[in-house]
Design a binder for this molecule. Structure first.
Ligand code: SAM
Length: 278
């Protein structure tokens, strides 16, 4: 067991500072104070973060910390702390570590007994979840599903009977195919898409997964909030209706039978017999 007090001594500290997810005014007084006080700020993209820092007249030195240099830069941060500097880590938007880099450096710094202090603020998943009108707890934050469709489908299959609200991040290029996979794997559940949060074109789009199959192209940043599995989902499944719903979308009957059998944990042959009997 190890206990570390964040503010017990004036030790050099790694601060994880949450920054706005769109509206530049969504930053805490404390975050601005800390960003002004540290010796160095590590960020994903120096050009993106410079816009925010300029807005608050923060002139601290910037250095990069992103997915591709994380292995090397975490040791540089450790060196900074060892030589007496305090540093802040920010991401392009929202909370560092939340679908963003930072986890490995937090582990490393804590292993070396330096304080890690999180300065809370905006994160897109909590902003989207709280305005979704889907049950906010319990809930699971998943982040991004795989961008590979076969892997994404497998991930969804492991979540099929998860009984609580699930929150995903998704890009506008993939949202339609993801909603199609959701419908095929999860059946007809409620879903909410929270788009462009805190920005001019902020909106929520709510409906069933079936309705979402006809959604127009979406632009901007998206949070997808999906209703959890309900017991009754499986009580009297109208399997044939579900098979035909997929066929109507252009899925072959063979594939539709396979998908529906999997959705309800039934042998493929049972659904095949049902389909060919009518
Ligand atoms: N660290 C961020 C956070 O705390 O929310 C998330 C970073 S992740 C790389 C970026 C994804 O977060 C976007 O693709 C989108 O799914 C979601 N996101 C970020 N800002 C958003 C916004 N203003 N509105 C909707 N979704 C947003």
């Amino acid at each position: 067991m190890k206990r570390l007090r964040s503010f017990a001594e004036a030790l050099p500290t790694l601060y994880l500072v949450a920054t706005p997810i769109g509206n530049l005014e969504d930053i805490t007084y404390r975050a601005v104070k800390i960003l002004n006080a540290v010796d160095k700020i590590y960020c994903e993209d120096t050009r993106t973060s410079r816009v925010l820092l300029d807005h608050y007249h923060i002139t601290q030195k910037l250095d990069s910390y992103h997915d591709h240099n994380e292995a090397q830069k975490q040791h540089q941060i450790l060196k900074d702390l060892t030589s007496g500097l305090s540093v802040a880590l920010i991401s392009d938007a929202g909370h560092p570590l939340i679908s963003d880099p930072g986890y490995t450096v937090v582990k490393l710094i804590k292993e070396h007994n330096f304080p890690v202090v999180s300065i809370p603020g905006p994160s897109a998943f909590i902003t989207g979840l709280s305005m979704s009108a889907l049950p906010p707890h319990p809930f699971m934050f998943y982040g991004f599903l795989s961008s590979k469709s076969s892997k994404q489908r497998k991930e969804c299959e492991t979540l099929r009977t998860y009984p609580y609200t699930m929150v995903f991040y998704e890009s506008p290029h993939r949202i339609q195919s993801t909603l199609e996979t959701f419908y095929q794997v999860f059946g007809n559940r409620n879903v909410v898409i929270a788009r462009e949060l805190t920005k001019t074109y902020e909106e929520t789009i709510s409906g069933s997964l079936e309705e979402m199959q006809n959604l127009d192209t979406l632009k901007g940043e998206l949070v997808v909030i999906l209703e959890g599995y309900q017991e009754e989902d499986n009580q009297t499944p109208d399997l044939l209706d579900e098979v035909y719903a997929l066929i109507d979308q252009g899925v072959s009957s063979k594939e539709a039978i396979k998908v529906i059998a999997k959705r309800h944990d039934l042998p493929k042959n049972d659904v095949y017999q049902l389909y060919h009997k009518q």
